[in-house]
Design a protein around this ligand. Structure first.
Ligand code: 5AD
Ligand code: SF4
Length: 436
């Protein structure tokens, strides 16, 4: 690589989950402290960070085509850093296959970007996929300016080893950030304008501190931060859904009535093959307890169709579960073999055409469930946290406590919490009428 002048402008492109969005924001903040500014819309950035996701599909192939597309008409390219989970999983291979990439940095090492950028300016390429003892959180700059709804990563990694999932390999073992650091970061987020904080973790409800306090204690303390009106958390594992956290949904008004609790499938044999360590029944019992604590709670989840060996009858069990639970919204995916995971080598991989058909049926059922949930909200009064302007004059968009998108017309501003009555419901959004 030839030496290049140090970059003046950057662009961070994040793919995949909310934790990547959080990491992307923190990388941007870090670059800003180095005197590099965000490229304006349409402006060519000197440095591009591709913050990649490895969870499904041909993620790595997509990265290579994204890298190719960064080439400019005159044949030159910006400085390119590949970050995120594909970087972690395929670091050396990216270096070998993509000569225009200068830096490969894993999700636990991106606080070292400034040194890597210095090296890149000298013409040296570098790979850093360490999971260092000194965590990135200890050295990243403080949060400064955020929107009304902000993310806060409290936990990373996963020890569960579901047989389809690459996360335990790319994000490593479960670690929880210390209580006081999180309270401090949340305080700063509130000071910087956040009214809502979503606590993030691959297994966020597995968060605990050294004295074994669980997520509900953290929520309780954050709820007392001035200006912070709403707290959410995602994504959870059924096995870590403690009584204390369930009770927090009853006792802490700032904790929003929404729970993302992935079940993945509705059949016990499939769940066992997935190494989920819960059954349909034990999952339903948790849902019952959560609903007893907070009757209006909106439930959400993730589903995988076409896990190796899944029969038609086993898939029908998933549809039955959807019917029983009555989800407010869900994500659903076709099984995608991840290299290095046990399920990728299992016999009886399900043909793509069968997965397509199952996904269509599942999504039809989930869409119907979502519409029914939205329709059942009609007539309710609730707050909406205003997040952005709508398409029409005077129209605003925000979220209800149940994470529904709500639009309404009023004199408002981003970050306001307004009271509305929900008066119209579609599959993906509702309209609200201002009260008072
Ligand atoms: N194939 C399909 N979906 C997957 N997920 C995780 N790994 C895979 C895979 N190999 C889904 C799960 C998980 C969500 C984040 O992504 O549903 O909950
Ligand atoms: Fe992946 Fe399972 Fe861990 Fe979730 S709980 S990150 S699906 S291994």
């Amino acid at each position: 690589m030839r030496p290049t002048p140090p970059p003046q402008t950057y662009r961070v492109k994040s793919f995949g989950c909310q934790m990547n969005v959080y990491d992307g924001e923190r990388m941007a903040e870090l670059l800003a402290t180095q005197g590099i500014r965000p490229a304006a819309d349409g402006e060519d950035a000197d440095l591009v960070v591709l913050n990649t996701c490895h969870i499904r599909e041909k993620a790595a192939e997509k990265v290579y085509s994204d890298i190719g597309r960064l080439r400019r008409e005159d044949g030159s390219a910006p400085l390119i850093a590949v970050a995120g989970c594909v970087a972690q999983a395929e670091g050396e291979e990216i270096m070998a296959r993509a000569p225009s990439v200068s830096m490969v940095v894993g999700p636990q090492a991106y606080h070292r970007l400034p040194e890597m950028i210095e090296q890149a300016a000298l013409g040296q390429r570098s790979v850093d996929t360490d999971m260092p003892a000194q965590t990135k959180f200890d050295v990243l700059p403080a949060r400064r300016k955020v929107g009304p709804s902000a993310f806060l990563t409290v936990q990373e990694g996963c020890d569960k080893f579901c047989t389809y999932c690459v996360v335990p390999y790319t994000r490593g073992a479960e670690i929880s950030r210390p209580f006081n650091d999180l309270v401090e970061e949340a305080r700063r987020l509130a000071e910087a304008g956040a009214r809502e904080i979503t606590l993030l973790g691959q297994n966020v409800n597995a968060w605990r501190d050294d004295s074994n306090r669980g997520l509900e204690k953290l929520v309780e303390v954050l709820a007392a931060i001035p200006g912070l009106a709403r707290i959410r958390y995602t994504t959870s594992h059924p096995n870590d859904m403690t009584e204390g956290l369930i009770e927090a949904h009853r006792d802490i008004p700032q904790l929003m009535p929404f729970l993302h609790l992935p079940v993945q499938a509705g059949n016990d044999r499939v769940l066992k093959a997935m190494n989920r360590s819960h059954t349909v029944d034990s999952y339903l019992r948790i849902i019952d307890r959560v609903r007893a604590a907070r009757p209006d709670i909106a439930l959400s989840g993730d589903f995988i169709v076409g896990f190796p060996g899944e029969t038609d009858a086993e898939f029908e069990d998933t549809l039955k579960l959807v019917d029983r639970v009555g989800y407010a919204q869900c994500f659903s995916f076709k099984y995608s073999p991840r290299p290095g995971t046990p399920a990728a080598d299992m016999a009886d991989q399900v043909p793509m055409a069968v997965m397509d058909e199952r996904l269509q049926r599942l999504q039809a059922a989930l869409n119907a469930s979502q519409l029914a949930f939205n329709q059942a909200s009609l007539g309710k009064r609730c707050t909406v946290l205003v997040e952005r302007k709508g398409k029409h004059d005077g129209q605003w968009l925000g979220k209800s406590p149940w994470l529904q998108s709500v639009h309404f017309t009023a004199d408002a501003a981003i970050g306001d919490l307004v009271e509305v009555e929900l008066v119209e419901a579609g599959p993906n959004s509702l309209s609200g009428r201002l009260i008072g």
